[in-house]
Design a protein around this ligand. Sequence first.
Ligand code: ZN
Length: 245
Amino acid sequence: MRYAIISDIHSNLEALQAVLKTIEQEKIDKIVCLGDIVGYGPNPNECLDLVKRSCEIILTGNHDFACIENSELFYFNQYAKQAIEWTLTELSREKLNYLSNLKLDAKIENYYLVHSSPYDPRSWDYILSLDEAIFNFSKFNENICFIGHSHHPIIYIEYLENNILKYNLKVVNKLQLDENERYIINVGSVGQPRDGNPNAAFAIIDSSNQVYELKRVNYDINKTYQKMISVDLPQFLADRLLMGR
Ligand code: ZN
């Protein structure tokens, strides 16, 4: 089975369409979405419709969750909060209802899927360091955990050396996964990359040979940028798309 794993679309329709086009060419069997479909960008309705139509499994992210749970906005910075408030003026009751029914985590084959962290999916903790990854390796049973949330693609590895558990991290676009090792893999962001590369990111995992691949796809960033400015979303959020920061 070939899976495409997409995350953090953030209402960026142009990025999502470009990613889905690439996925079509990659002969993918199933698409999985790790959440944050909305927030930040200008096309929440269109992105929700497209994700609903394309993905087999769809999880909730903190931005999706904040649309239905207002108290969550307390943890958001002013730009993220402003974007959610704008998003709420766009989404129908039916769409909000749909968001409220998304799950926090899921399992497919030997993969554990969650937006933020295995430790407590609902607390929206970030895994930003090897120490945070080490803590989280004991919080799921599967060999491989796929996450999003930070918008930074990275692979954390747990392996045995002389019967002692060791840990490592890698930032690579392709990796042959080893059945004797465990992994926490951040698949990056479709709609708001922050690793210095403005191109949309998503991942492919082939369960027949366990080859992992991170894909980068360019899209019409200027179109998304102009839409954001025209609906008065924060300039800061539009600017960061151009830089991938
Ligand atoms: Zn996000």
